[in-house]
Design a protein around this ligand. Structure first.
Ligand SMILES: C[S@@+](CC[C@H](N)C(=O)[O-])C[C@H]1O[C@@H](n2cnc3c(N)ncnc32)[C@H](O)[C@@H]1O
Length: 234
């Protein structure tokens, strides 16, 4: 069994990499709503670095962290002038502060306990300047329930099978990618709801500025599939 993103990294940039570019709209939002324009940005779980590339191109000082060596290798190749760290997001310890931190595209759902999410929030707190902003999103149970099933994917001529299940009792989603070559990759993610995330943010001294259900800034309903947070270090 492969580790998550060990093989999927080869397809990630083309198939999913640009999702994180939606965060550029959140940057516009914090500029217009809060007059906040960050110079330095820490991208936690930066993946293949698509968002970092865009931010780097805008002249921001960016640093990327991710646990997957394969994802980091691609991010580095695409952004040779950017600093990267291969590290678990709950262990990031750079000993410096940033204006903004981001953690995009359900990366936090890879943390399988509330305790670890709380650790992440304290790590982010330690890496933010006073008044710094943290942008992130989480998937709720509703998206994992919707995505359950077996799908064939075809990316750049490679066909593979994606089997997704959701265990409502444990609140765990499991996605297995079978590349048809004997290589199988398993991703486990935990669903989070707004109440849990809000409580953990409060425990870690973050003020919630906004919660959205999508990048069009819709207010979340109880059935929201994804929650996007704009929070500030108190
Ligand atoms: C869905 S991808 C998102 C990547 C990127 N943020 C984006 O929006 O394209 C999830 C990323 O989280 C990373 N990841 C998962 N668990 C992690 C952990 N505990 N610490 C650091 N990175 C982790 C994976 O390696 C992967 O790159």
């Amino acid at each position: 069994m492969l580790k998550s993103y060990e093989k999927l990294s080869e397809y990630y940039y083309d198939e999913w990499g640009n999702f994180s570019l939606q965060y550029l709209q959140l940057l516009d939002h914090i500029a217009s709503e809060y007059g906040f324009s960050p110079d330095s940005i820490l991208d936690i779980a930066c993946g293949t670095g698509n968002l970092l590339s865009a931010l780097n191109g805008m002249g921001k000082q960016v640093v990327g962290c991710d646990m997957s060596p394969q994802m980091i290798a691609i991010a580095k190749k695409n952004n040779p002038d950017v600093e990267f760290h291969t590290v678990n997001m709950i262990d990031v310890a750079l000993n410096r502060k940033f204006d903004l931190a981001v953690c995009a595209f359900d990366s936090i759902n890879y943390l399988l306990s509330e305790n670890d999410v709380s650790k992440l929030f304290s790590v982010v707190y330690a890496h933010l300047a006073n008044g710094g902003i943290f942008l992130f999103d989480v998937n709720t149970q509703h998206i994992f329930r919707d995505h359950a099933g077996i799908f064939k994917r075809d990316i750049n001529g490679t066909t593979f099978t994606q089997t997704a299940t959701y265990d409502g009792e444990k609140e765990l989603a499991c996605t297995v990618f079978d590349f048809g070559t004997g290589e199988i990759e398993r991703h486990v993610q935990k669903a989070y709801d707004d109440e849990t995330i809000a409580a953990l943010l409060e425990q870690n001294s973050f003020e919630i500025l906004d919660t959205f259900a999508n990048i069009e800034f819709a207010a979340p309903t109880k059935d929201a599939k994804r929650l996007i947070y704009v929070v500030r270090k108190c």
